[in-house]
Design a protein around this ligand. Structure first.
Ligand code: GLP
Length: 246
């Protein structure tokens, strides 16, 4: 089942995504949430914080597993994804931080760090609901085009286009962007019970359409989601185009 939610703008798309996450948290208070970074989910996190402050949802029993992290950045670096999650969500809700997991970008033994992260995801019982954004080249997490669909957590060399897109967080200086990342693989993402992928803005229209209307191919990593039994695609009018609500 793939369900499309075409919302008016970024704010209503963020509220819709927060509805789906909140429903999961209410129905299963000890859910394992797969969480994502990037600018797209920021509004969703703000909405979840608001609902927490109003007493409508609680993170007290929630476990979270993030998708990815830059190699070489620790949690105190303000460009790390651990820092992002603390800053944009965890510091503002009642989550137990010892149950928030982000791949370890500092472990010099990359292979061990990847296996360790797969073990963590397994030991918490797998992800119930995985939130995703999408890169302009169709990447999810940091699974760049060409990565096969059957990988667990692994190290990736970032594409030039991804480095360029993410350099906005380093004042536009591409040389400062880490060249590698540690990411859950497509197989890890696909093992989640439900998937919620967000796309907002005109610049995401082409890739989100290719992901759900084009061929299923590792050249468009997000196209693997067509094979998943339960996917919610949430976006604004600018991104969703002809992808419409069922
Ligand atoms: C990064 C992240 C992805 C994210 C993508 C798009 O590369 N690793 O998880 O989906 O950026 O980000 P944005 O939402 O800012 O467009």
């Amino acid at each position: 089942m793939i369900r499309f939610y075409k919302e008016h703008d970024y704010g209503s798309a963020s509220r819709r995504a927060a509805d789906i996450l909140s429903a999961q948290m209410i129905l299963k208070p000890d859910s394992v949430l797969g969480l994502a970074t990037g600018s797209t989910p920021v509004g969703t996190y703000q909405e979840l914080i608001r609902r927490y402050q109003e007493g409508r949802i609680s993170f007290a029993e929630i476990t979270s597993c993030n998708l990815d992290e830059y190699v070489g950045l620790g949690g105190d670096n303000d460009q790390s994804y651990r820092y992002f999650m603390n800053h944009n969500l965890f510091d503002h809700v009642d989550i137990d931080k010892s149950r928030t997991f982000v791949p370890d970008g500092l472990d010099p033994d990359h292979e061990a760090a990847c296996r360790k992260y797969d073990e963590i995801v397994k030991s918490v019982g797998g992800v119930d609901l995985q939130l995703l954004g999408i890169g302009h080249d169709g990447h999810i997490g940091f699974n760049e085009p060409g990565d096969s669909f059957d990988k667990g957590t692994h190290i990736v060399d970032l594409q030039e286009s991804t480095i360029r897109a993410n350099s906005r967080f380093w004042g536009g200086d591409e040389s400062k962007v880490p060249k590698q990342a540690i990411t859950m693989g497509i197989a890890t993402v696909m093992s989640a019970g439900k998937i919620l992928i967000m796309a907002c803005g005109e610049d995401k229209r082409d890739i989100i359409t290719r992901a759900f209307r084009g061929p299923i191919t590792p050249k468009v990593p997000a196209s693997a989601l067509q094979l998943h039994p339960c996917v919610f695609v949430v976006g604004d009018e600018a991104a969703m185009g002809d992808l419409v609500k069922d």
